[in-house]
Ligand binder design. Sequence first.
Ligand SMILES: Nc1ncnc2c1ncn2[C@@H]1O[C@H](COP(=O)(O)OP(=O)(O)OP(=O)(O)O)[C@@H](O)[C@H]1O
Length: 315
Amino acid sequence: MIVAKGLKRTYKSRGKPVEAVRGIDLTVREGEIVGFLGPNGAGKTTTLKMLCTLLEPTGGDAEVVGCDLRADPVGVRRRIGYVSQAGSTASNALAGEEIVSHARLYGIGKAEAERRGRALLDALDLADVWDRKCGSLSGGQRRRLDIVMGLIHEPRLVFLDEPSTGLDPQSRANLWDHIRGLRDRMGTTIFLTTHYMDEADALSDRILVIDHGAIVAEGTPAALKAGVSGDTITLSFADHETAERAADIAGSLDGADTPEVEDAVLRFRVPNGGTALPQVFSALGQAGLTPIGVEVKRPTLDDVFLTMTGRSLRD
Ligand SMILES: Nc1ncnc2c1ncn2[C@@H]1O[C@H](COP(=O)(O)OP(=O)(O)OP(=O)(O)O)[C@@H](O)[C@H]1O
């Protein structure tokens, strides 16, 4: 669906070059949901806009749904759907009118547009909004309506730019269900940008992590997390001195990473938290030390990012 080679975009800002995307390679296969994850300003939207023909690359090439990005941008546009961050419906217009007029832009007849529109609304749990003003819909409903618009010409590939930004947790989870459903029922390939780790984790078959305009990691969410060594064990003690004594003991355990103590909290890494914990408790017990709190944390995508870049995705 997408093969990009050396894709690059340099902006000019106050006479100075800004290398937003520094020559990236990426491949997206048919039927995949690929999450493009990175912090603010990493180059996600710039990449997306280039792949959607909204922005000309300053270097590199790409083929999107079989069409060359530079030689056949119209071919690309006919074959893709694009759901922008800003949304595409006017508040005062009726949802049904917006769908039909959008479909007409693709040369779809009115009756066919209405048939497809109603079927898509139904699929996205919006069956009763045809005669409602777009501005009267909830945030989640309006995002789903945007997706209906992006799918009206039945593209095989759809780009979603930050799909759940601004939605409450329940609407986000509901939107994710619908996005997965589209792929499962219709086989639509989905390429989405996000700076939310949970969104990338919950939705994507494969994740590309971008930072400073370059791809720094790629893989399934599980493989990326497995690449980060070990689980983190956090133990709380009554005071700093006890935590320091516990740190000496934890540090001598097999496979344990250099322990860190902050106030009365000890944190260290082990290859497997579940199997290490009984050993930790037994060793601490022999020294007469008892933690007052314990937490075992599996690696998150933020740990992946931290390992790759030395910074947190949240920074
Ligand atoms: N029109 C422009 N002119 C100059 N610099 C730009 C322009 N658009 C984006 N940039 C810069 O390019 C870099 C990448 O921006 P981009 O919007 O692609 O990042 P992003 O990962 O999509 O971020 P966000 O999550 O905030 O949308 C940033 O440093 C941004 O300031």
